[in-house]
Design a protein around this ligand. Structure first.
Ligand code: ZN
Length: 311
């Protein structure tokens, strides 16, 4: 995969909350807090900030958070930052995914695309769907229409889950934006209603698997069209997507399949507990989306027989 070094990086599509709230590790918006050297004064400032951060964190449920984009804006103003900085590169992936759906949602679903921001957080975050921490992994919250990701998740993917390929990153983001599309076109709400009238947990889980595999398929659809996507000023975002990239997407899908994850954690493989689908199915649906490029034709995981129990 090669990104276009002339593409502007539109940081208005993300909310950088890494410098605030929750505290711990991320620092406070880049403020140098003089612990040690600052003695008691530094310590008091730290405590006040911790309390304030915690307080606002709790009271800003609904995705308001406390975003400060000044750092990332500055950092990604230089177009070459996409080559060297993880966060700027990820912003560009988000720009591409949203540029695709802006054009594809009216085309395929007859609906206007509504942009969704991605919240970059460190450690903990308050969302319209409740509080979450990095252990949750990246997710989409339908209540506040945002994607949430702690970018350190990619280290976990690479080091612990065996998916080190660069293309794992846009695949993960495109999967989460796939959930946003499901929210916009009503699939998500329909699936939640079906879950409520389901007679067993296994049946509920199968509905979840169908939703997740469809999001994988939508990620593949985006990958098919990625090189056609452009910035708002009309610059192509990608120069190329290669077979190796698609292979890395498939490798990632394989490593995060329910059966593989259960096996990795030393559990028995139990299909009734699958919520995202097997490795084989996650790969299959990503590939279907990629091969077809048409989300309506390729991605109907809810069609009778498309996904069976145990898949
Ligand atoms: Zn998902």
């Amino acid at each position: 995969m090669e990104l276009n070094e002339n593409a502007d990086i539109d940081t208005s599509q993300v909310e950088d909350q890494r410098g605030s709230g929750g505290g711990g590790g991320g620092g406070f918006g880049g403020l140098p807090i003089p612990i040690g050297g600052g003695g008691i004064v530094g310590l008091i400032i730290t405590v006040v900030l911790l309390v304030a951060g915690g307080y606002f964190g709790v009271n800003q449920l609904g995705g308001g958070g406390s975003a400060d984009n000044s750092n990332i804006q500055q950092e990604c103003a230089d177009k070459s930052a996409a080559k060297t900085k993880l966060d700027c590169r990820n912003v560009l992936y988000i720009n591409s995914i949203q540029a695709f759906w802006k054009q594809a949602e009216p085309q395929y679903f007859g609906k206007q695309y509504q942009p969704a921001k991605t919240v970059l957080f460190a450690n903990r975050v308050s969302t319209g769907c409740g509080a979450a921490d990095s252990g949750t992994g990246p997710f989409y919250c339908p209540a506040d229409d945002r994607v949430y990701i702690d970018l350190t998740f990619y280290q976990l993917l690479a080091q612990q889950l065996g998916a080190p390929g660069e293309f794992a990153q846009p695949y993960v983001l495109a999967h989460e934006y796939g959930h946003h599309i499901q929210d916009l076109v009503g699939t998500e709400a329909k699936m939640r209603r079906a879950q409520q009238s389901a007679s067993s947990e296994a049946e509920q889980n199968l509905l979840s698997v169908k939703l997740e595999l469809q999001a994988d398929c939508y990620a593949g659809v985006w990958a098919n069209h990625a090189t056609e996507t452009k910035t708002s000023s009309g610059q192509p975002i990608f120069k190329s997507i290669t077979d190796q990239d698609i292979q890395e997407g498939l490798d990632t899908a394989k490593q995060i399949g329910d059966d593989t994850l259960q096996q990795r954690s030393g559990q028995q493989i139990n299909p009734a507990e699958f919520t995202h689908g097997t490795s084989a199915d996650r790969q299959k649906w990503f590939k279907r989306g990629f091969d077809s490029g048409n989300p309506v034709e390729a991605c109907d995981t809810f069609a009778a027989g498309a996904v069976k129990p145990g898949d």
